[in-house]
Design a protein around this ligand. Structure first.
Ligand SMILES: [Fe+2]
Length: 434
């Protein structure tokens, strides 16, 4: 049995997990006779429609000290730099864009205050598309908790470790790992030591699921067993607590007289989880040419059109770039899908300068892009021997919907207005000879 102070995990993506912080708190079969063990309240938490097919259905039964509605009324508060799709405050130009990392705040700033939206798409009210935020914080959330009714939150930390205290338990998160918090789950972020910084993809659409393997077979990419879920943890604390909700793109707060982290036991498959990106089993080319980046998809939120994602979460981890007689970096391309990238550590193989850890880039639908001029020159003359690309972890959020930058993203001094210059030295090599 788990105590309520340890960080322990249960494994397996989207399994029906069960966990109790007190022995016997989880009812089995009929409650006896009509009350839950320990006089807890039963509350169902659903992140899909009740009627989704079994394999897509996400729901968890929580057994808690008070039901969630034991709270005050919501009132609207300032949402700071947080925005939601559709972005209408500014036009969405097709330009390639790149940004430096958000600075670490000097004044005391918690996760909510340090959350800034860079871009969004789709429609938060129609439950399609994504919001792309960055966070930069240096203190915990104290007696505040947060949830987004607008979307599932995928955290991609870049700097600093933190503990995520959630209704289903606690998770310790560090750069190189990701955290997914379902739509609606209350949580607070507590930095472990020093400041934290990273990216958050707010997925308004269908919950993230593992990418299919297709002809690759039964192995490779992300494995179910490597996804870690928290064990039940509860606080029986009284005193003022503020719940902040993101709803319809706005922030609301409600007060209550106790901690919302009062779930003593739970059973189900909708719960926060984490994943260590180093466990991703990269399958790259074994003969020639550079495969499409979809081979690096960790998680996907499908849209209603088969094979066209609301959002794909794709990583570019350390890997062998083995191929014969092949230009190794990504090809120049123009895509149907829109691409927002970030860098967790090291360098990215198509951009050796200017794309720093914590930085970001945006290449929208049909906007051309590809390796910078220096990378092209180097790769065109490189000795074609087996090559391992080390010290790197980039990621991409790829979406079927145009990714519109916010007013902040367009106007911030963090934006590199000379980004296009990295392709400025692309020379004409054509001389009419084969
Ligand atoms: Fe691209």
């Amino acid at each position: 049995m788990n105590t309520n102070t340890e960080l322990t995990y249960i494994f397996g993506f989207n399994n029906e997990h069960q966990t109790e912080a007190l022995a016997g708190a989880l009812p089995i079969g009929q409650f006896s006779p009509q009350r839950c063990p320990y006089e807890l309240y039963a509350e169902q938490f659903s992140t899909t429609a009740f009627t989704r097919p079994r394999h897509d259905n996400r729901r968890t039964w929580t057994y808690r000290i008070r039901p969630s509605i034991a709270m005050g009324d919501f009132s609207k508060i300032d949402k700071g730099a947080v925005r939601s799709g559709p972005i209408t405050e500014v036009d969405c130009p097709p330009n390639v864009m790149r940004w430096d990392a958000l600075p670490i705040p000097e004044a005391p700033t918690d996760f909510i205050d340090g959350l800034t939206t860079m871009a969004a798409n789709g429609d938060v009210r129609g439950q399609s598309g994504i919001g792309i935020h960055v966070y930069s914080a240096n203190q915990g959330m104290g007696d505040r908790s947060f949830y987004s009714a607008d979307g599932e939150l995928l955290f991609i930390p870049q700097l600093g470790e933190f503990i995520a205290i959630t209704e289903m338990g606690k998770l310790a998160i560090k750069p190189g790992e990701i955290l997914v918090i379902p739509r609606g789950i209350k949580f607070k972020i507590e930095p472990n030591q020093g400041p934290i910084r990273g990216y958050v993809c707010e997925n308004y659409g269908s919950p993230m699921e593992l990418a299919e393997r297709g002809p690759a077979g039964a192995n490779g990419f992300a494995n179910q067993r490597d996804f870690q879920y928290p064990t039940a943890y509860f606080e029986e604390t009284e005193g003022e607590h503020v719940v902040i909700a993101k709803f319809c793109g706005e922030f609301y707060q409600a007060k209550q007289n106790h901690s919302p982290f009062d779930v003593v036991a739970w059973v189900g498959n909708s719960a926060p989880y984490k994943y260590d990106l180093s466990r991703f089993n990269v399958l790259n080319t074994v003969s020639f040419d550079h495969p499409d980046p979809s081979i690096f998809t960790v998680l996907t939120s499908p849209s209603s059109e088969t094979g066209v994602a609301n959002v794909d979460f794709v990583i570019f981890p350390p890997r062998w770039m083995v191929a014969e007689n092949t230009f190794r970096p990504p090809w120049y391309h123009r895509n149907f899908m829109s691409e927002f990238m970030g860098l967790i550590e090291g360098t990215y193989d198509a951009k050796e300068k200017g794309f720093e850890p914590g930085g970001m880039s945006l290449h929208n639908c049909m906007t051309p892009h590809g390796p910078e001029a220096d990378v092209f020159d180097k790769a065109s003359q490189a000795e074609l021997v087996p090559q391992r690309y080390e010290n790197t972890m980039a990621f991409m959020l790829e979406s079927r919907y145009i990714i519109a930058p916010t007013k902040f993203a367009l106007n911030t001094p963090l934006r590199q207005n000379n980004y296009l210059a990295c392709w400025g030295d692309l020379k004409k090599h054509f001389n009419g000879q084969p």
